[in-house]
Structure formats: structure tokens, C-alpha cells
Design a protein around this ligand. Structure first.
Ligand code: NAD
Length: 462
């Protein structure tokens, strides 16, 4: 890859890392506190920036961006000392006398590339893990949330150590130019299509990486659940952020006996949350740009709308929409929807629902509403996904103790809490041997007798 762009800030960051500044526990703690201060002091500006980008409400921004990040920082501050501790290991008799341990070491200067849909969360949650692990970092926010990107660049420069953490703004071109550089680790959140390109660029320098991608997250509504609660929760999770959430339920598979009820409750929930005309609701966001709006309009035009369906290109508004008459072969089922359209498909036997799920690439999350523990076990055992949430949605990503990440086509690697610290660290093993005794047994020449003795020692004492 040809790189015409020069990033002088990278030299500064490399130098800081080489001087060992970011390995110090005190530095890590001070930067986590500084990030916390940014989130608290600039909370209002953050909410305004996200609102400018896609008209998201301040309450939603707090819930899904700043509130989450603040709890993730508190969690890291509480546990960082134990995460950093070396682990001593016992040594087989044959290698005595020795001491052995391994400990987490930072990778160096890492690159974090964010998606636009949770602009602060997707850049700063990996940054928290990266700081905790003692790395320097370059953050490249998405150009599709320009107000958030600008605030991150300006704001963080006043709070964080500029010799170790930098925000570099830009789009595809800048991102590609950054990827041509050598980093210690790459953490990418975005689409599958770009993820492939990122992996290709990482291969050039053999850089380890995490890919946090999207996919079609299924939601099963079994016969045995409280359909009213399921409907409210599904509607909330689907239309949060205008449906532009990697973890949103992409489609619903409902038992045929509960389909009519679920649809009625979902319609009730949409009206309850956003009123008769969701366009007027201050809590209902817009589609981020015209390209995405047109893509969703095409999906809408080819589908059978059961509820909603209105749109307005001037505002890039698409109403919360429920689709029926969808089959696994429908266009809307061929790729991640990533917008406020929700297909509902009825099934008779659970095995049919599981077959549909298995017919689609591995999703980031799988959701199930069921009060029957046998059904819960069966669904978990007979499906694959990055994570699972039973009787609710999205919250598996809000718990710092749970690793968050995808599987195969929805990505690989994980973060949040300790998993994030581990992602941004590698385990360095140190063995310290005693110089004495120094028997000649391991050294050539290997006589037959020596070989037999070695064989015995390795077999019985290792
Ligand atoms: P995207 O892949 O278009 O862009 C992501 C980032 O990559 C941006 O910063 C962009 O500037 C950069 N980029 C764009 N083209 C590039 C190229 N050719 N080379 C290098 N970098 C490039 O994704 P998006 O539209 O911002 O986000 C939507 C996608 O992200 C959806 O598929 C969604 O499911 C996924 N997503 C996943 C998660 C997760 O946690 N797994 C979270 C949010 C979004």
C-alpha cells in the first residue's frame, strides 16, 4: 500500500511509548480520570454534537454513550491493579531451580478506528481498555458523525496526554493512510466490507487486530413468554438510535400462536414511546446520511409494510416500521438492515426458527424471549453468535464483566472490562533460571545411555 500521507504525531507517540511513560500505573490512572473528567464536564456538548449528527435525544446519548463509558472507567479504575499483576507459575522438577511468571504488556501505539453510530462509545470504550493496558493510541472517529468527531478531537486534546493519545479526523482516505503505518494493534469497529480491507492492511505488517463488525441479530419470541413485555423490549431495542445499532434485533421469529398478539403489542409500544406521529417525537433519531436513507428506502419499497412505513428524505426520516410477509429469501433478509425496519416471521416448530438462524451468517447477538428453560438451553446449544441475551436485548453489552465481541463474519476478539484489557495486552513470559547446577546431561554428545536417561527424566518429571 502506497502511503503519501505523513503523520508526524505518530513519531511523538512512538517516542513516548519507548520511554515507558504509559506503562506506569500512575499514568494509566491519571488518564482514566482525565477521560472521566472530559465525559462529565463536556456532557452537554457531547449530547448536542450527537443530536446535530443524527438527532438523538440527550437521554439516549447518556444511556448509550457517556453513562456507559463512565461506568466502564469506574470498573477499570477499580480493577486495574489486579489486572496488571504478574502470574507466578509452578515449575516442573526437571527445570528446577527456576522462577517463572508471565505478565500483561502493552502492544505499543495502537490504532482505534470507530464507526459513526455510537460515535463516542465506539472510540472511547476501546480507548479505556487501551489506556488501562498501558498503550499509546491514535483514534480515528467516523467522518459520518462530524460534530462528534470534531468534539472528540478538540475536547480530548485538553484533557488527555497529547504525547500519548491523539485523535486524527478523516474518512476513508485518512483511514487507509493510517492503516499503511505500522501499529502495535488495530481495533476496528465498522462494516464487514471495510473490515476485510482493514484485515488485509494489518496483514502487511503482521499486526494483531480485533474486528467488531455487524450482522443480522435474530430475536426469537417463543410461545411461553410474556408477549407484552417482549414487544416493549423489542421495540425499544430496535428503534433506539433509529435502528442504527449493530446489536439491534434485525428480524423477529415469533411462534405462530403468538404472532397476532406480538404485532398488536409492538404497535402499541411504538405509539406509546413515540406518539401517533414519531416524526414529531424528540426521542426518535434520523438516518445518518442520504446514502443510508436511500439504501433503506429501497428495502422499504420492496417489502410488505404492516405498520409504519412513512419516510421523508428532507429530514432523512423513516418511521418505526414493521414488515410482514418476509421469508428467508426476501431481499431484506440478505444483509444487515441497520435501520428502523423490522421483519416479523412466524414459525411453527422451534427447529424451523433455528434453521432460519443457521441459514444466516453468525450474528453479533442472539435474543430469545422464553420462560421455558428447556427452550433456552436448546436455543443456546443449537446456535452460534457473539453473545446471547435471554428475555431482554442489548444489555449483554452493558455489563463490564461480560466480554463483548462477534464471531466469524460478525468479527473476532472482544472488549469491555477485563476482556478489553486483555485485548490490548499480550502475555509476556519470563523464566529465570539458576546458573547452578549445570549438569552435562543436556549437552551433546548424546550417548545412548544419556538419551535413555533424558527420555526418562522428560517423561516422568516434566
Ligand atoms: P464503515 O465500515 O463504513 O466505517 C467504519 C470506519 O472505517 C470509519 O471510521 C470509516 O472512516 C473507516 N473507513 C471507511 N472506509 C474505509 C476503508 N476503505 N479503509 C479503511 N477505513 C475505512 O462502518 P459504519 O458505516 O461507520 O458503521 C456501520 C457498521 O458498523 C455496521 O455494519 C454495524 O453493524 C457495524 N458496527 C459494529 C459494532 C460492533 O460493536 N460490532 C458497533 C457499531 C457498528
Amino acid at each position: 500500500m502506497q502511503n503519501d500521507q505523513f503523520f508526524p504525531e505518530l513519531e511523538v507517540l512512538r517516542d513516548t511509548f519507548d520511554r515507558g511513560i504509559t506503562r506506569d500505573l500512575g499514568w494509566r490512572i491519571s488518564q482514566l480520570h482525565a477521560l472521566q473528567k472530559f465525559l462529565i464536564e463536556r456532557q452537554r456538548e457531547i449530547a448536542v454534537a450527537v443530536h446535530h449528527d443524527f438527532r438523538k435525544s440527550a437521554a439516549e446519548t447518556f444511556l448509550t454513550e457517556t453513562g456507559y463509558l463512565r461506568s466502564e472507567i469506574r470498573f477499570a479504575l477499580k480493577h486495574i491493579t489486579s489486572w496488571m499483576k504478574p502470574s507466578r507459575v509452578s515449575i516442573p522438577l526437571i527445570y528446577q531451580p527456576s522462577k517463572a511468571s508471565y505478565f500483561p504488556e502493552p502492544y505499543g501505539v495502537v490504532l482505534i478506528i470507530g464507526a459513526w453510530n455510537y460515535p463516542f462509545n465506539l472510540c472511547l470504550a476501546p480507548l479505556i481498555s487501551s489506556i488501562a493496558a498501558g498503550n499509546c493510541a491514535v483514534i480515528k472517529p467516523s467522518e459520518h458523525a462530524p460534530h462528534s468527531s470534531a468534539l472528540m478531537a478538540e475536547g480530548l486534546s485538553h484533557y488527555l496526554d497529547q504525547s500519548a493519545i491523539r485523535v486524527i479526523e478523516g474518512g476513508e482516505q485518512e483511514s487507509r493512510a493510517l492503516l499503511a503505518e505500522r501499529f502495535g494493534y488495530i481495533f476496528f469497529t465498522g462494516s464487514r466490507f471495510v473490515g476485510r480491507e482493514v484485515m488485509h492492511a494489518a496483514a502487511r505488517h503482521l499486526t494483531p487486530l480485533t474486528l467488531e463488525l455487524g450482522g443480522k441479530c435474530p430475536c426469537i419470541v417463543d410461545e411461553s413468554c410474556d408477549v407484552r413485555v417482549a414487544a416493549r423490549r423489542i421495540v425499544w431495542a430496535k428503534f433506539l438510535n433509529g435502528g442504527q445499532t449493530c446489536l439491534a434485533p434485525d428480524y423477529v421469529l415469533v411462534h405462530e400462536k403468538r404472532e397476532a398478539e406480538l404485532l398488536a403489542f409492538m404497535r402499541e409500544a411504538i405509539t406509546g414511546f413515540y406518539g401517533d406521529d414519531p416524526r414529531l417525537s424528540p426521542d426518535y433519531p434520523r438516518i445518518v446520511n442520504m446514502e443510508q436513507f436511500q439504501r433503506l428506502e429501497k428495502l422499504l419499497a420492496g417489502s410488505s409494510v404492516w405498520s409504519g412505513g412513512k419516510s421523508d428524505p428532507v429530514e432523512r426520516y423513516i418511521a418505526p416500521t414493521i414488515l410482514r410477509g418476509v421469508t428467508p429469501a426476501s431481499t431484506v433478509m440478505q444483509s444487515e438492515i441497520f435501520g428502523p425496519l423490522l421483519p416479523v416471521i412466524a414459525y411453527g416448530e422451534l427447529s424451523e426458527a433455528l434453521d432460519i438462524i443457521r441459514g444466516v451468517d453468525e450474528p453479533l447477538a442472539l435474543y430469545l424471549f422464553s420462560s421455558d428453560t428447556n427452550v433456552q438451553d436448546r436455543v443456546v446449544r443449537n446456535s452460534r453468535s457473539g453473545g446471547v441475551c435471554i428475555n431482554d436485548l442489548l444489555f449483554q453489552a452493558a455489563i463490564s464483566r461480560l466480554p463483548f465481541g462477534g464471531l466469524a463474519s460478525s468479527g473476532f476478539g472482544a472488549y469491555h472490562g477485563k476482556a478489553g484489557f486483555d485485548t490490548f495486552s499480550y502475555q509476556r513470559s519470563v523464566l529465570c533460571r539458576s546458573l547452578y547446577p549445570d549438569p552435562g546431561l543436556r549437552y551433546p554428545p548424546y550417548s545412548w545411555g544419556k538419551f535413555m536417561l533424558l527420555k526418562r527424566l522428560v517423561t516422568f518429571f516434566q
